[in-house]
Design a protein around this ligand. Structure first.
Ligand code: B12
Ligand code: SF4
Ligand code: SF4
Length: 236
């Protein structure tokens, strides 16, 4: 069985990379059930694994963001969501053809606007799957891409080897602390001010005539190894 789990893991990882994902990990859903998974019905009960996928954003597009989201970032954000949903749907079909169940979670669908919640927090799945940690900016931070990536999740019952969370955090870095226009970011991610961020995103939406709630400022400064030797990225 262990061999089978490893084989399935390696096969799906390869397929995911071929389809366009750049990071892949698997989490057991059991520890996530209580706090982060809020699915209508009982879909979760017999889906013990969550596949987490990471898709890096264009560094160049992020660099163009100075104090508000650009039109180019908006287009990139939209197309990236389409790519993520396409990849998770394709992987779902591959898993189904292998005789198992799979449930792709939408890249960016909000279920409850009052509570600002989706079915599942991709960030917390990714954290459990060892892709990275929750940074001071309240986003998933990875070693390789910092926060400059978007995430996807598939719940499934195909037997898989599960990864473990990383024993890592932001350490001494504080690059994102002073960049937020409404000071939503604090020393600990537990103190992140969701409301202030949300209100600012509404202002950006109106002022810059952008159809979605986006910003990108706290993403752009968190480059990880992505920003190494990169002079432009130091100018924040
Ligand atoms: C709703 C939503 C928003 C809302 C509010 C989100 C929120 N509550 O944080 C708004 C519109 C404000 C928003 C803003 C942004 N979002 Co958004 N958003 C989502 C969405 C659709 C759902 C998030 C959700 O369900 N949260 C549920 C709540 C309960 O979970 P949580 O916020 O993660 O954390 C809570 C608990 O976990 C706890 N907690 C968190 N950390 C810790 C740590 C400790 C120690 C403890 C005890 C507790 C604790 O406190 C929080 C509040 O209750 C997700 C997609 C998805 N399905 O995951 C994208 C998503 C989170 N967004 C994303 C992004 C990139 C953004 C923006 C940069 C906008 C943009 N694209 O330009 C900003 C960033 C704001 C920020 N710094 O966090 C990405 C994040 C990628 C990454 N690298 O992490 C996601 C994952 C989309 C994707 N497919 O990639 N978003
Ligand atoms: S910029 Fe630095 S402090 Fe902020 S989330 Fe990224 S790694 Fe953490
Ligand atoms: S998305 Fe913008 S407003 Fe929200 S925390 Fe990041 S920098 Fe601040």
């Amino acid at each position: 069985m262990e061999d089978k789990k490893e084989q399935n893991y390696n096969l799906l990882k390869k397929k995911a990379f071929d389809l366009g994902a750049h990071l892949f990990g698997v989490a057991n859903t059991e520890p996530l059930k209580q706090r982060f998974l809020e699915i209508e019905g009982t879909y979760m009960d017999d889906l013990p694994y969550a596949i987490s996928l990471g898709f890096p954003l264009s560094k160049r597009i992020l660099k163009g963001i100075v104090d508000h989201p650009t039109k180019l970032y908006f287009f990139h954000y939209q197309r990236m969501n389409i790519l993520i949903d396409t990849v998770t749907i394709k992987l779902t079909n591959i898993i189904q053809d292998m005789g198992y169940e799979a449930l792709p979670i939408p890249s960016s669908q909000v279920i409850d606007w009052k509570e600002q919640k989706a079915h599942i927090s991709h960030k917390h799945v990714a954290k459990e799957a060892g892709l990275g940690w929750i940074g001071r900016n309240n986003l998933l931070v990875t070693k390789r891409y910092g926060s400059c990536l978007r995430l996807g999740t598939i719940l499934t019952d195909i037997p898989l080897k599960a990864d473990s969370p990383l024993d890592q955090d932001c350490g001494l870095c504080r690059r994102c602390l002073n960049v937020c226009p409404v000071n939503a970011i604090h020393e600990s991610p537990a103190d992140f001010d969701h409301i202030a961020c949300y209100e600012q995103l509404k202002i950006f939406q109106k002022k810059h005539n952008i159809r979605h709630m986006i910003c990108g400022i706290c993403v752009k400064v968190c480059l990880g190894e992505f920003g190494k030797n990169d002079k432009l990225s130091q100018k924040v």
